[in-house]
Design a protein around this ligand. Structure first.
Ligand code: PEP
Ligand code: MN
Length: 337
């Protein structure tokens, strides 16, 4: 349930409502906006009476939320969430680009990637150290050594780091090196992992599962939020359909739908979304036009020889050209990139 307090509500009135929610078995999450305090009650008695809360002093309105996700819903934080990491804000007016190779392969490769992505205007470098590969015989990533190389390259160019965590035991390994923990499509419904991510205080980027609905994506985000970690970003990375020309079908419409249903920043990944280098620029442009708060893209100095996902990785010149185009698209929708 959501309790919206009146603008004039006093701290005592807010406290009384919070006490009552707790008494009724709710976990209370408080969101303080410019005008209203919103209290989100999670769990608790399913048969509570809305009217009981409506008559508390200082209460403006009470909503029973039909859907199972509450903390992820737009109503919980109507103004939208801005994830702040240093001087980078994700979810604000600036569209944040996260770019880099699919996997960290060597010091030389990741240093070259850092130069390319930083020169083009990305604020975050990506690179997998623990790789979820469809085949167990494919390159599985460099592990902690890869994270060290990624962090060093990022620091040299003043970039933030995003990298994927596949398993709860990798979280402590990841924390010293990564600024954003990525949860891959295959782990979107790994609920034990999501609960562990709720306990840390570091931003998480949650990718949509290969065949997950938008509601399932938001429910997975709810696992992290309900643990108290509110810095969650969502990512459309393509879903599996009957189409085989592209690796996945990039669901551009998920971007405005999620922006409407949720306050969480929404990122587009046109690389996994299409699986083909030639289709990445048009879908990146579409994602920005559709209102994405950021892009996650694979860029490699020599994509034809990448150890993973080379076919969908942009070369340096392709990425630079795309960034120029994206600046025009962003401006057309009142944003910067
Ligand atoms: C990746 O970002 O390299 C990756 C494995 O993504 P996904 O989980 O979307 O397949
Ligand atoms: Mn990849």
């Amino acid at each position: 349930m959501l309790v919206v307090m009146q603008e004039s509500a006093s701290p005592e009135q807010i406290q009384r409502v919070m006490d009552r929610l707790i008494q009724d078995g709710f976990d209370v999450h408080r969101s303080t906006g410019a005008h209203h305090t919103v209290l989100g009650g999670v769990g608790g008695r399913a048969d509570f009476d809305v009217a009981v809360f409506e008559v508390y002093e200082g209460v403006k309105e009470v909503h029973r939320i039909g859907s199972a996700y509450k903390l992820a819903s737009r109503g919980f934080r109507p103004q939208g969430t801005v994830v702040r990491i240093g001087d980078v804000e994700i979810g604000g007016n600036h569209v944040v680009v996260m770019a880099g190779p699919c996997s960290v392969e060597s010091r030389d490769q990741i240093e070259r990637a850092a130069d390319i992505v930083a020169d083009g205007g990305a604020r975050v470098i990506r690179g997998g150290a623990f790789k979820p590969r469809s085949s167990p015989y494919s390159f599985q990533g460099m592990g902690e050594e890869g994270l060290q190389l990624l962090r060093a390259a990022a620091d040299r160019r003043g970039l933030l780091v995003i990298s994927e965590v596949m398993d709860a035991t990798q979280i402590p390994v990841m924390l010293p090196y990564a600024d954003i923990l990525q949860i891959g499509a295959r782990n979107m419904q790994n609920y034990n992992l999501l609960r562990e991510l709720g306990k840390i205080r570091k931003p998480v980027l949650l990718k949509r599962g290969l065949s997950a609905t938008i509601e399932e994506l938001l429910l997975s985000a709810e696992y992290i939020l309900s643990g108290g970690n509110y810095d969650v970003m969502l990512c459309e990375r393509g879903i599996r359909t009957f189409e085989t020309y592209t690796r996945n079908t990039f669901d551009v419409s998920a971007i405005p739908v999620v922006k409407k249903l949720s306050h969480l920043p929404m990122i587009g990944d046109p690389s996994h979304g299409t699986g083909r280098r030639d289709q990445v620029p048009p879908m990146a442009r579409a994602a920005v036009a559709a209102g994405a708060d950021g892009l996650l893209m694979e860029v490699h100095h020599d994509p034809d020889h990448a150890l993973s996902d080379g076919a969908q990785s942009l070369s340096g010149p392709q990425y630079m050209e795309l960034m120029k185009q994206l600046r025009l698209i962003a401006a057309a929708v009142g944003r910067t990139i």
